[in-house]
Ligand binder design. Structure first.
Ligand code: GCO
Ligand code: MG
Length: 446
């Protein structure tokens, strides 16, 4: 075949599957036995399902195929803007995907990603993630293997996790850590409230309940917090010793230079990692911090765009990548991010609190099992209602998340029951995030 004919044929946009193998076929060479081809299926439906069995607004996507009973589930949870993701899936991805083959996952990801021209944002990435994870779930079910097997198989038997301990006083946090130790946990995140201030992860002074939610101010001041947290760690190391791994989340709530000071002051207490000392907008500070401390640094739950992690990872400026899988577009980009991190000594600690659906937690666990550079996984105990709505949730035992080794992601969805836990639209989201202010009224990054 002439090169010109080949180019004309390819540039005329023949679909991927119809491109002939160049040369070998033309040359009539003996063909190696073709691999077992998956029979061609069609995507029949792409449906966003919004539910809140634990009172947290969750979004999952169900992709149904032309094979009766064969469908996949994916997490698309952007809990602060769930209805926007619902619209992105329902009005844009569904008409774009119905009729297409669910098998070419990477090609489908790439075409969804560029289909909006503008890309790498939280709403569209979550919508894409819902479909992407569902396609991996379908492929696992079709091939009869768990998704971790499709990703290269297990590198470990189970996934080491961390839980959240918090309190108003040091003794409260200490008691909570002891509780987790007794249950077999080795890693515990510790947060303490700053008296009189609304403190991330530890409650503290809430806003005035008489004021309408959208104008209810929560007050925060960074200096008191930056003085208090090292004293918390000192107390915990004295009372609990060195065995327990202690983590802390600064949650980007302090001016960058105070974030640097806090990390340096915590170094002597051997934190497992200190998370989000800076906001994504201030990642330029990491190279300064890195030169001054070897306290392990974790970053990434707020990332949507590869530009946010490329320099941090390739510059070895962080030790743990914390992205929220659906906020970057799902399992397909996350497995590549994990591979990139491997080459720069960065380990994973995927985002895993309540606003990741149980399907998202299952995807986290499958990826955690299959990558050599796994660090730790943020975990939570699923409520009974969540376990009923999502049969097959990852199981917590002895401080580990365990996958159930069923085909696909191993998790299902009881749609009827999910309907019994509709998300709240009034208010449409947790408005605290935009209402945290300094005493002088200055808005604070939450
Ligand atoms: C964490 C996070 C969460 C976020 C929440 C936002 O480390 O788990 O910081 O607590 O604040 O996911 O909706
Ligand atoms: Mg965090």
């Amino acid at each position: 075949m002439h090169r010109r004919d080949w180019l004309r044929q390819t540039t005329l946009g023949a679909s991927v599957a119809s491109l002939p193998l160049l040369g070998a076929a033309a040359a009539g060479a003996a063909q190696p036995a073709a691999g077992r081809q998956l029979p061609r299926l069609r995507i029949l439906d792409v449906k966003p399902i919004l539910t809140a069995p634990a009172g947290i607004r969750l979004v999952v996507v169900k992709v149904t195929t032309s094979e009766p009973g064969l469908y996949g589930l994916g997490c698309a949870t952007f809990t602060q803007r769930p209805r926007t993701v619902e619209t992105a899936v329902e009005r844009y991805l569904k008409p774009f995907l119905v009729g297409k083959d669910p098998a070419p996952i990477e090609d489908t990801w790439q075409s969804m990603w560029v289909s909006s021209y503008w890309r790498n944002g939280p709403v569209l990435n979550n919508a894409i993630s819902g479909v992407d994870m569902a396609l991996w779930d379908i492929l696992g079910k079709r091939t009869g293997v768990p998704v971790y097997q499709l990703l290269g198989g297990k590198c470990r038997a189970a996934v080491d996790v961390y839980r959240h301990a918090s309190g108003a006083k040091f003794q409260d946090v200490e008691r909570a850590v002891r509780g987790f130790r007794e249950k077999g946990y080795r890693h515990v995140r510790v947060q303490v409230a700053v008296p009189g201030l609304a403190t991330y992860g530890a409650g503290g002074a809430a806003g005035d309940a008489k004021v309408p939610l959208n104008r209810r101010i929560e007050t925060w001041e960074p200096a008191a917090y930056v003085r208090l947290v090292p004293r918390l760690f000192e107390h915990l190391r004295k009372q609990l010793g060195d065995e327990v791994e202690l983590l802390h989340d600064v949650h980007e709530r302090v001016p960058p230079v105070l974030g640097m000071k806090l990390v340096k002051d915590l170094e002597q207490f051997r934190p497992f990692f200190v998370e989000d000392p800076f906001s994504p907008e201030d990642i330029g500070y990491f190279e300064h911090l890195r030169r001054q401390t070897c306290a392990p640094l974790a970053m990434g739950e707020l990332f949507n765009n590869p530009h946010e992690w490329l320099n941090l990872v390739s510059g070895r400026l962080i030790d743990f990548i914390r992205v929220h899988l659906s906020q970057i577009g799902g399992l397909t980009p996350a497995r590549k991010l994990a591979a990139l991190c491997e080459f720069f000594g960065v380990r994973t600690a995927w985002h895993g609190p309540g606003d990741v659906s149980p399907v998202g937690h299952a995807a986290n666990v499958h990826l955690d099992l299959a990558i050599p550079n796994f660090g730790v996984q943020e975990a939570r105990e699923f409520t009974q209602a969540e376990q009923d709505v999502f049969p097959g949730c990852p199981v917590l035992r002895d401080g580990y998340y365990h996958a159930n080794d069923r085909p696909g992601l191993g998790i299902d969805l009881n749609e009827k029951l999910a309907g019994k836990f509709p998300i709240r639209d009034d208010p449409p989201f947790d408005m605290r995030w935009g209402n945290v202010r300094r005493r002088d009224g200055t808005i604070v990054r939450p």
